[in-house]
Design a protein around this ligand. Structure first.
Ligand code: 5GP
Length: 115
């Protein structure tokens, strides 16, 4: 059973968010609790709870997550120094919002992958 999260309301522009990009497949907005100078979430417009729920039908949206991440990294001016893309899955992955999303983090050295 898929249950809507706050991200569906952001995608539909029903609640405020700093939206940087939106098209027919994905929406990108700044994280409300940034862990780096640039911390942007790129979410699929379609409600897919976790990576475990993916099928081949989602591949266009998944590809778009990466191309939009690269475009926003350039706009943020962090592409040359570099950045990190993270997708958390379920409890051990630290997932809090069960609507598939990619974190784009950059603007400072990010340190080791897992603390
Ligand atoms: P997760 O742990 O699920 O990978 O990441 C969820 C992220 O969503 C967190 O970094 C959290 O700060 C962010 N977040 C949760 N609620 C909101 C919200 O209402 N607005 C925005 N912009 N970000 C949110």
């Amino acid at each position: 059973m898929t249950k809507e999260t706050i991200f569906s309301k952001i995608i539909r522009r029903e609640i405020p968010a700093d939206v940087l990009y939106q098209d027919n497949l994905v929406t990108a907005f700044r994280d409300i609790n940034p862990k780096a100078p640039s911390h942007i979430l790129i979410v699929t417009n379609m409600l897919i709870p976790t990576v475990n729920d993916l099928t081949a039908d989602h591949e266009a949206a998944l590809g778009r997550l990466f191309t939009v991440a690269a475009k926003i990294a350039q706009q943020e001016g962090i592409d040359e120094d570099g950045y990190r893309l993270i997708v958390n899955c379920n409890r051990h992955g630290g997932q809090e919002v069960y609507h598939l999303h990619m974190h784009l983090l950059g603007g400072r050295p990010l340190g080791p992958l897992v603390a």
